[in-house]
Design a protein around this ligand. Structure first.
Ligand code: SAH
Ligand code: SF4
Length: 364
């Protein structure tokens, strides 16, 4: 059986051509699946009966299985989806006054091992398929629907859930195409943000193939600190990363890069670090998003105090930078940044190593 959620419009059109069907049929089915959140071919009432019968025989519309929905006191919602063989992924919806943002996962776990990230600590199982990525929007859209004014509740998507989106490049780009397509979710490029820890070659490919808003997880003002907390920096150091950000802006739908910066007490949060940061980004139009560290068991890090965060922000602002401090949302249901854990059957040995370390930490 072919899962039609795996196709963007060009892919679906090609598949339909192979079935002897016209391109406009692909558009119709696309709208039923994504705008109507339907998986039932019989409900697709404007399709010829013969086509419906053929689709039922050969195809499915199969999002991951919904295991649990949780709601936070602040309105944040989180869904746990079963992606087979004991693995689960999480998706979070964050309602705000003027927008509703869905935070989407791209991999089961993550192979990149940033030291302050609980997803990174859990190890890695595999990339998500297109259907598993877009299936997160499918479920959230089904659950949330439209506002009384007939506007979509999900106005923005950020690929900031579990995993490194650019390490699952092809599937992520196909899923992005569906998010952007008028027959899919119809989101504008400015309202879809890919967040990366800095995979330089893939940033260039994204600029060419599907430029969306871009967030870069910077987290450090120099290579010495970044090498330690974002190990990928050893491969693509800051000079290369800054150059890639400048190149990306030639194609981007927005005229700035968002730099995410997790504030870790005593690690990267001194005023001197802020001054260094200003120098680092001097040629890159950007905005800063300071994220209070969200703790998890045995992380070995602590959240910066609010005074340290303010002082850091002041240095950046006085140098003319635009800075927001991210509010922590949904932490009562473990839905805040870096807390998404899902269920990862680790294929690396990393989670075991950490368990050993933390048990040793408890007994010694
Ligand atoms: N892999 C991508 C996207 C997923 S992580 C990336 O790293 O950009 C989304 C954001 O949450 C990243 O900026 C990440 O660094 C941040 N994050 C990870 N762990 C965190 C934690 N414990 N507290 C706060 N933010 C965290
Ligand atoms: Fe992976 Fe991003 Fe977590 Fe780093 S911060 S381990 S890249 S999910």
């Amino acid at each position: 059986m072919i899962n039609l959620l795996d196709f963007d419009l060009p892919g679906l059109t090609e598949h339909f051509a192979q079935m002897g069907e016209k391109p406009f049929r692909a558009k119709q089915v696309m709208r039923w699946m994504h705008q109507g959140a339907t998986a039932d071919f019989d409900a697709m009432s404007d399709l010829a009966k013969s086509l419906r019968a053929k689709l039922k025989e050969q195809c499915t519309v199969q999002p991951p299985v919904l295991m649990r929905e949780q709601a936070s006191a602040d309105g944040t919602k989180k869904w746990l989806l079963d992606v087979g063989t004991g693995n689960g992924i999480e998706t979070v919806f964050i309602p705000e006054a003027t927008r509703g943002t869905l935070c989407v996962s791209s991999q089961i776990g993550c192979a990149l091992e940033c030291t302050f990230c609980s997803t990174g600590r859990q190890g890695f199982n595999r990339n998500l398929s297109v259907a598993e990525i877009i299936g997160q929007l499918w479920w959230a859209n089904k659950a949330l629907g439209v506002t009384p004014k007939n506007e979509r509740v999900i106005s923005n998507v950020v690929l900031m859930g579990m995993g490194e989106p650019l390490a699952n490049f092809d599937n992520v780009v196909t899923a992005l195409n569906i998010m952007l397509d008028d027959h899919g979710y119809g989101l504008s490029r400015r309202r879809v943000t890919v967040s990366t820890s800095g995979m330089v070659p893939q940033m260039d490919r994204l600029a060419e193939q599907c430029p969306t808003a871009l967030a870069v997880s910077l987290h450090a003002p120099n290579d010495a600190i970044r090498d330690k907390i974002v190990p990928l920096n050893q491969k693509y150091p800051l000079k290369e990363l800054m150059a890639a950000c400048r190149r990306y802006l030639n194609h981007a739908p927005r005229d700035f890069i968002t730099f995410e910066y997790v504030m870790l007490a005593g690690v990267n949060d001194a005023p001197q670090h802020a001054r260094e940061l200003v120098q680092l980004v001097q040629d890159v139009p950007c905005k800063f998003n300071l994220i209070p560290f969200n703790p998890f068991p045995n992380s070995g890090f602590a959240r910066s105090g609010s005074r340290a965060v303010q002082a850091f922000r002041d240095v950046l602002q006085e140098a003319g930078q635009v800075v927001t401090v991210r509010k922590t949302r949904g932490d009562d249901i473990d839905a805040a940044c870096g807390q998404l854990a899902g269920q990862v059957q680790d294929k690396t040995k990393r989670s075991e190593t950490w368990q050993t370390i933390s048990t040793q930490g408890l007994t010694s």
